[in-house]
Design a protein. Structure first.
Length: 383
């Protein structure tokens, strides 16, 4: 089984996955949950140590604010990881009731732009190159504000942020169908995100969060189209049954994850040169967080491994010959191949545990964290 395509492939994990999080009903707490960004990074490093697949951690500002960024960077590097994308936060300030980058009040827009300039500074100090912008702006009621006016304000605000990027920095622009606004989000879909990116310039790319579409959306089509335009900057991987469920990636629909990775492989975008950043954006409500992240990372690896097994030559021939069933069978053969033993062998060859979840449970890390991290306030989504 040739899995060479996995060489160099990596996944980025989110700092907020290690803190407590939940639905709007209840946030369950667990002993040993990190109390600060340092401890979140230690937990993320554990995922990397056991899987060899997750060498970067995304930060969320202001949740992950620290006094000394070079010290946090050093802590990450000492633990074998680096700082990945820096996420801005436009959804927790009273000033943003009517929006942030699209707010009718220019002073609020300025504040939101300035927050991004602060994030760019964090990136310079931590060695991060991606700023991820997720815009919660939108309208709850028809007529509440001008749909078009808000797009003009958005274009202007994004321009101010984009113009402040260093040449090696990228903007990742996320979209979301609904929530927190219900009538109309200001970046509801990939088309709107792409239009703004095209207007801004080559350093602006789209981030596709797999939980941010209408049910039934063909996500692999979007992946293909963004790759065609060279504007797929990143994924926010997670699973959903109904809305933005933020569940373990590959848990709700592993076949969809495979179809997405098939488009990635067809374009060669799994290789590091493609610059597609394969990030996770998940929250673990009832399950343990570190094993939840390990499982997620392994699910992405497994989907990629299966996609790498597609016989591209035979597929192209079947497609050219109009062999409908044959072409579909080639894809399904790859999907239905059990790659678990081959992946375990590959891990072993690299000095990694064959079963990273079992290795974590046996390591005593969780018990030690529960003792060491007594006292203080546990980190949680939103703080
Ligand atoms: C949003 C969005 C962002 C993430 C936050 C935590 O729904 O998906 O990517 O930064 O949640
Ligand atoms: Mn996201």
């Amino acid at each position: 089984m040739n899995l060479d395509g996995l060489n160099g492939f990596s996944i980025e994990v989110p700092s907020w996955a290690y803190g407590n999080s939940g639905t709007r009903f209840k946030v369950f707490t667990t002993k040993g949950v990190p109390r600060n960004p340092y401890e979140k990074i230690s937990d993320a490093a554990e995922v990397n140590r056991l899987t060899g697949l997750a060498p970067r951690v995304s930060l969320h500002i202001p949740w992950d604010l620290v006094d000394d960024w070079s010290d946090l960077r050093r802590h990450a590097e000492d633990n074998g990881v680096s700082i990945g994308a820096v996420n801005s936060n436009l959804f927790q300030e009273d000033d943003y009731r009517l929006g942030s980058l699209c707010n009718p009040d220019p002073a609020v827009r300025r504040k939101a732009v300035d927050h991004h300039l602060q994030c760019l500074d964090v990136m310079r100090q931590t060695g991060s190159t991606d700023i991820k912008v997720w815009l919660p702006d939108g309208l709850n009621y028809p007529g509440q504000d001008s749909l078009r006016g808000r797009q003009e304000r958005l274009a202007e605000s994004l321009r101010a942020i984009y113009d402040a990027l260093d040449p090696d920095q990228r903007m990742l622009l996320e979209y979301k169908l609904f929530e927190p606004a219900f009538y109309s989000m200001d970046i509801p879909d990939w088309g709107t995100s792409l239009l703004h990116c095209l207007a801004l310039g080559e350093q602006a790319t789209v981030v596709l969060d797999t939980g941010h579409h209408a049910p039934g959306t063909n996500i692999e089509f979007i992946v293909m189209q963004l790759l065609r335009q060279n504007r797929l900057g990143a994924f926010d991987f997670n699973s959903r049954f109904y809305a933005d469920d933020d569940l373990i990636v590959g848990s709700a629909d592993p076949f969809q994850l495979f179809r997405i990775m098939s488009e990635i492989v067809a374009a060669g975008a799994h290789r590091p040169e493609s610059k597609v950043n394969f990030m996770l954006d998940q929250c673990h409500n009832i399950e343990e967080k570190i094993p939840g992240q390990i499982r997620s990372v392994l699910n992405v690896e497994q989907a990629l491994a299966k996609a790498l097994l597609i016989d591209q030559e035979a597929l192209a021939t079947a497609q050219r010959d109009g062999d409908v069933l044959g072409a579909n069978a080639i894809l399904m053969d790859a999907y239905e191949t059990d790659v678990r033993a081959a992946l375990a062998d590959r891990r072993e060859e690299r000095g990694l545990p064959r079963d990273p979840v079992a290795a974590f449970l046996a390591s005593g890390y969780a018990q030690k964290a529960a003792t060491d991290r007594a006292g203080g306030t546990q980190a949680s989504w939103g703080a």
